[in-house]
Design a protein around this ligand. Structure first.
Ligand code: GLU
Length: 434
């Protein structure tokens, strides 16, 4: 067993370097794994294997830019674990993508699929690029070349990509088309989050936000608070944040604060999301919307509210701001938004955190439904999809919540234990080759 590449203890002396290394998402993820693995006495062989990604593919992606020049982007596809089924996870386009970030995200996908008991392992992909500065043509060429480069490891039985930060149904259509062209027949099951017309699933677009709502509603029932009297702040207004916010409003909960990369908005009486979305159609960002109080992007998570939904990037709730959070509940719409130091502060303050690997699992759950529908070429109604999604999310929530109460641990630990139990069993039953 190769233990040489396991994360090394932090040895740097300079405090800023120590902090940066410590807050590296892969280190954070491994700390979470170690903590839970040790507490539940996970089989050492399973724990050791989960500390390593199964396959890491780095590709260079040459793209002819609109001005005739050629730019080469760096991309990754990482399969963390496939013990319970094909690898599954999104692809993100962002300037801050890094190998360690994608490794952490692929690990969290393994955990997420295990927590909600989908027959999948975990994967993630990413390209270091700034999609906001690229034309649609450049994005399409980059996506198609990246797909060709990673086509040696993806496939409907092997590894199934999906949308993530800055990728959407259109990007998934390019991936599906490129992959299908190279194998010679249409293969809808190679990717999820596609447009409905080419084998996408009803309800997939809203699924992550819907899952966020279902766990919050379940939490409200268990903790005895009335969701119609609660206030919500959503940090990040992409697919997860905007859908979650809209679903809360549909169910009578007031959304008092939101933000996107450009800025934040606050109105204690409740924001008019419909009006804000209309405003955003003609402006790059929600920032500048005139009918609400402006809030600094970094201060949005500190707004007064009952429920805070971080739905942007990882590492936004840190030891520097965790103490300023006023919400009683944090529902992680994003992957890895809370650092481990911040987690401890929130726990000590009595704030309940519903962790990412449970709270945002609605997306991959409906991805699973999409894949099943593609494989059977038989499509379900949206009512069916939402009912099955609710069953899975509520079931997983109940398991994690009850375990965390029984063991007097936070819900992240509870979710890790539920997921690791399944992963440990799968690893042990399969044994090791050769
Ligand atoms: N990117 C989403 C996530 O982080 C969805 C992944 C998928 O549907 O495969 O869960």
């Amino acid at each position: 067993m190769d233990t040489k590449s396991a994360p090394k203890p932090v040895v740097a002396k300079h405090p800023e370097v120590v902090e940066a290394m410590h807050e590296n998402p892969w280190h954070q993820a491994m700390e979470q794994l170690d903590r839970a693995g040790k507490a539940m006495k996970l089989e050492p062989f399973a724990l050791e294997r989960l500390r390593h990604c199964k396959r890491i593919l780095t590709v260079s992606v040459p793209v002819k830019m609109d001005d005739g020049s050629v730019k080469v982007f760096e991309g990754y596809r990482i399969q963390h674990n496939m013990d319970r089924g094909p690898a599954k996870g999104g692809i993100r386009y962002h300037p801050s993508v890094s190998l360690d970030e994608v490794k952490a995200l692929s690990f969290w996908m393994t955990m997420k699929c295990a927590v909600v008991n989908l027959p999948y392992g975990g994967a993630k992909g990413g390209i270091i690029c700034d999609p906001k500065k690229m034309s649609r043509g450049e994005l399409e060429r980059m996506t198609r070349r990246y797909t060709a480069e990673i086509s040696i490891i993806i496939g409907p039985d092997k590894d199934i990509p999906a949308p993530d930060v800055n990728t959407n149904a259109e990007v998934m259509a390019w991936i599906m088309d490129t992959y299908s062209m190279t194998i010679g027949y249409s293969c809808p099951g190679v990717v999820t989050g596609k447009p409905i017309e080419i084998g996408g699933s009803l309800g997939r677009n809203e699924a992550t936000g819907r899952g966020v709502f279902y766990v919050t509603r379940e939490l409200a029932q268990r903790e005895g608070f009335d969701l119609r009297k609660a206030t919500v702040v959503v940090q990040g207004f992409g697919n997860v944040g905007s859908n979650a916010a809209n679903i809360f409003v549909e169910h009578g909960t007031k959304v008092v604060g939101i933000s996107d990369v450009g800025g934040g908005l606050y109105d204690p009486k409740g924001l008019d999301l419909h009006d804000i979305m209309e405003y955003r159609k003609t402006h790059d960002s929600i920032a500048g919307y005139p009918k609400a109080e402006k809030v600094d992007v970094d201060k949005v998570i500190e707004l007064p509210c009952d429920i805070l939904i971080p739905a942007a990037m990882e590492g936004t709730i840190t030891k520097h701001n965790a103490d300023k959070i006023k919400a009683k509940y944090v529902i992680e719409g994003a992957n890895g938004p809370t650092t481990n130091d911040a987690d401890k502060i929130l726990f000590a303050k009595g704030i309940t955190v519903v962790p990412d690997i449970l709270a945002n699992a609605g997306g991959v759950t409906v991805s699973y439904f999409e894949w099943v529908q593609d494989m059977q070429a038989y499509f379900w109604s949206e009512k069916d999809i939402n009912a099955r999604l609710q069953d899975i999310i509520v079931g997983a929530f109940t398991e994690v919540y009850d375990l965390s109460k029984k063991e007097k641990i936070d819900m992240r630990m509870g979710a890790f234990m539920v997921g690791l139990r399944r992963l440990g069993k799968a690893a042990t039953i399969r044994g090791m080759f050769p």
